[in-house]
Design a protein around this ligand. Structure first.
Ligand SMILES: [Zn+2]
Length: 366
């Protein structure tokens, strides 16, 4: 997506346009950590945002930061349409439907299906995803094989296979299904081993009910997933402990888990990010996640966009380089048209981006 700026003389910025190492983009930029739409130019040099110039331009594009998906399980990309059934029967290890199907899946089919999901994420504007990968070391290595040479980064949270924790040497941390699924002493050992390796510990909690919330908080995780059934005192405890939360709105809806108390969590100062969860339940399309969040639960478009970009970058410690459009950050950008049948006539670029934009409005990804 290279847009030459030669015909727009109001910008002083022309000086640099002849440098062959530079790319210049023109559009309505969703700028900075508050995602303020401003018109102007972005100069990119060697993949980094070198300059941003706000000025009056004639433009039919929106330039937005790419998504950072806060929670996925792309290992179940082999299952796209499971029957509606109770959550435990669907996903609980070791005998939930998902785990039975994964046991029967060949390595090649597993990698191939994950590759398709990775391509889908790239095409729909995601630049980083945070994955819970089952299957011990082999599971982590299969995801790395699927990621090979792709234009997307992943933070991988592996899981012990039986009692084997060899996976820890090859990924970013541990991601556990629930404190209800394992012996508490083994859980504590997993946390200890994960910390010893300097990696992060993340765990689902409060998805089906509140029974695993207190025990999960006691493990002092780096990240909690879901917290759909978090009560006010749980939210206070998480806030005081400074633990971030990944919420998965569409997943909670299809599993009948209810609405996560996102606003209460944000009001208590908790860092909340949004994820698409299991590929067998949802597509990895973050536009869809934004639309659901903005229309069912978080009635603040700016917050919704933050949940899908900067907040997860912060959780992953990547916010100095990703998650928003700022000078010096990586140019991980998506360019959308304002002229599609869906977008033509928009007046508020941020609200339109959050509530109605779709992957087919993307005309370029950097
Ligand atoms: Zn999950």
């Amino acid at each position: 997506m290279l847009v030459k700026s030669a015909s727009y003389e109001k910008c002083k910025y022309h000086k640099s346009q002849f440098d062959p190492m530079e790319q210049t983009l023109k559009g309505t930029i969703i700028l900075g950590d508050e995602f303020e739409p401003v018109d102007g130019y972005i100069t990119i040099e060697n993949g980094i945002i070198k300059n941003i110039e706000e000025c009056k331009v004639s433009t039919d594009t929106i330039i937005a930061p790419c998504f950072v998906n806060a929670h996925t399980h792309i290992g179940d990309s082999v299952i796209k349409d499971p029957p509606r059934m109770p959550l435990a029967e669907l996903v609980q290890p070791p005998d939930g439907l998902k785990h039975r199907i994964l046991k029967e899946t060949s390595h090649d089919d597993l990698v191939c299906s994950m590759k398709a999901t990775i391509h889908d994420m790239i095409k729909t504007g995601t630049c980083v995803f945070t994955d819970f990968r089952e299957g011990g070391l082999a599971g982590v290595l299969a995801l790395k094989e699927a990621l090979n040479n792709s234009k997307i980064a992943a933070k991988i949270f592996g899981r012990p296979l039986d009692k084997d924790m060899e996976y820890l040497g090859s990924c970013d941390g541990t991601g556990i299904s629930s404190t209800n699924d394992l012996e508490i002493d083994f859980m504590k050992d997993i946390v200890r081993q994960t910390r010893k390796k300097g990696k992060k510990f993340a765990i689902h909690a409060g998805e089906r009910d509140s029974s695993d919330i207190s025990s999960a908080i006691e493990l002092e995780p780096d990240l909690l997933i879901h917290m759909t059934h978090a009560a006010d005192n749980d939210i206070k405890a998480i806030s005081e402990a400074g633990i971030p939360v990944s919420v998965c709105m569409r997943s909670n809806l299809i599993t009948g888990s209810g609405f996560p108390p996102v606003k209460k969590m944000l009001d208590e100062g908790i860092l909340v990010a949004a994820g698409t969860d299991n590929v067998m339940l949802n597509s990895v399309n973050m536009f869809s996640e934004m639309e659901f969040l903005s229309k069912t639960n978080v009635f603040d478009d700016r917050q919704v966009f933050k949940l899908c970009t900067l907040n997860c970058a912060k959780i992953l410690g990547l916010d100095k380089e990703l998650g928003s459009i700022k000078k010096g950050k990586k140019a991980k950008l998506m360019i959308l048209t304002k002229e599609s049948n869906n977008m033509q006539g928009i007046r508020n670029p941020l609200s339109s981006l959050v509530r109605r934009a779709r992957p087919d409005d993307i005309i370029g990804i950097i």
